[in-house]
Design a protein around this ligand. Structure first.
Ligand SMILES: Cc1ncc(COP(=O)(O)O)c(C=O)c1O
Length: 419
């Protein structure tokens, strides 16, 4: 047997499977209520329309659609994306460029490889999207976490942290944020915070990465989801989005918009990764935009997920232990629950929950500073409303047992930062 481990690069250490993922694997094939993943409800997938489009694309445009294509993406598709973005209120500047990526996960990886060196500093929300942390981690930066509250990133704390990092002589590469329907917490950044964030970026000459998979389907009325990209007047925002939630994740099509200079460098990085994203699914996605299938899917998803979000909110109100805190997500797929005791470790609770038939993701992996062990991320897009109710009821019973009826004090996200 070859001992491959002696040949692996140091960075392979960072590809370790997480213990949570290993535990969740145990649920495969078992009947379990999963509040864990981030899967869209398959009822939302426009199967008939996509089948028709795929057939046409292959039979009528197969010479191009089955061929290699440019690294930055199929030219016509990039133009369609530009129009789509403008129709959704995302500003695309004359000196911007759009590049197609293999899901927005690839954009996160390309950003990591393009910008970050060992000991650089990346600023993230506390908590933030785990797979972004993992992608950035490969380039070995330091992370500075900024707490959130109901209105998104605490920009007052951000400014203090930026000043501190500059004083320490650290090189801040970018601020990574998910302003709308944040994964994992479910909060949305207020317009005042967005403006403040841009002011800080301008004052200290910083770049912002805006990751935006969710702003297209917000369930409540009168929510201002103006992107940072649109408010930005100085070309400081690199904007990412994806078809994963508004069409189908299996297509693996995302995109990144930013200043031409940056996108050109990222394009060269992409060339070494995969030459280009699937030509075929780019053609399919392009036709889906043109025929209104994307907008129809968004409307369908909004209706369905609003009901599920409401089921989640009701179940939490009804069953969750006293003192627990959670925000009310205006959109997206997730809510994070903050349990009212630092003595509870949701990673340890997971096995018991799985035995009782419910899965969730323990929150601590989303916190770059290793805190958040009293938190859990719950998904409401995949399970049915009945499963959501039942899942939350079972979880609450387990948590109650662990709290042993002791009176507890609410722990909000900003308290975790101070802990
Ligand atoms: C905030 C955020 N960014 C990026 C992604 C990656 O999406 P994909 O690679 O499917 O486009 C996700 C998926 O859940 C996400 O929640």
């Amino acid at each position: 047997m070859v001992r491959y481990e002696r040949l692996l690069a140091d960075r392979a250490e960072l590809f370790r499977a997480s213990e949570v993922r290993e535990l969740l694997k145990l649920t495969e094939g078992r009947k379990i209520i999963s509040l864990a993943g981030g899967l869209p409800d398959p009822h939302v997938f426009p199967k008939e329309e996509l089948a028709e489009i795929a057939k046409e694309v292959i039979l009528e445009h197969g010479d191009k659609a089955l061929q290699y294509s440019p690294t930055a993406g199929v030219t016509e598709f990039r133009e369609e994306l530009r129009k789509f973005m403008i129709s959704k209120g995302v500003k695309v500047n004359d000196d911007d460029s759009i590049m197609v990526t293999t899901g927005s996960q690839q954009a996160l990886d390309l950003l990591s490889r393009t910008f970050i060196q060992k000991y650089d500093e990346v600023i993230v929300e506390l908590p933030t999207y785990l797979a972004a942390l993992n992608a950035f981690r490969l380039s070995r930066p330091g992370f500075t976490g900024i707490p959130i509250d109901e209105n998104g990133m605490r920009t007052d704390i951000l400014e203090e942290e930026v000043k501190r990092l500059i004083w320490l002589g650290r090189k801040i590469k970018f601020i990574y944020t998910i302003p709308v329907a944040h994964n994992p917490s479910g909060v949305t950044m207020s317009i005042d915070r967005k403006k403040h964030l841009l002011e800080i970026a301008s004052k200290y000459d910083l770049v912002i990465v805006e990751d935006d998979p969710y702003s297209f389907f917000v369930y409540d009325e009168n929510v201002d989801v103006t992107p940072l990209k649109t408010l930005d007047k100085e070309g400081r925002v690199i904007y990412l989005s994806t078809f994963s939630k508004i069409l189908a994740p299996g297509l693996r099509i995302g995109w990144v918009i930013g200043n031409k200079y940056v996108i050109d460098v990222m394009e060269r990085a992409k060339q070494t990764a995969d030459l280009h994203s699937s030509t075929l699914t780019q053609y399919i996605a392009m036709e889906a935009i043109r025929r209104g299938v994307v907008n129809k899917t968004i409307e369908k998803a909004k209706k369905l997920y609003r009901v599920k979000r409401d089921a989640m909110m009701q179940a939490l109100e009804e069953y969750m232990v006293e003192g627990a805190w959670w925000p009310r997500p205006v959109g997206g797929l997730f809510v994070m629950v903050f349990l009212p005791s630092y003595d509870i470790d949701t990673k340890k609770l997971l096995r018991e929950a799985l035995n009782a038939g419910v899965a969730y993701v323990p929150g601590s992996s989303f916190f770059a500073n290793g805190t958040g062990w009293n938190t859990m991320r719950l998904n409401f897009s995949y399970p049915s409303p009945d499963e959501i109710r039942e899942g939350v009821r079972i979880l609450s019973d387990i948590i109650k047992k662990h709290l042993k009826g002791k009176p507890q004090k609410t722990i909000k996200p900003e308290h975790i930062y101070q802990a």
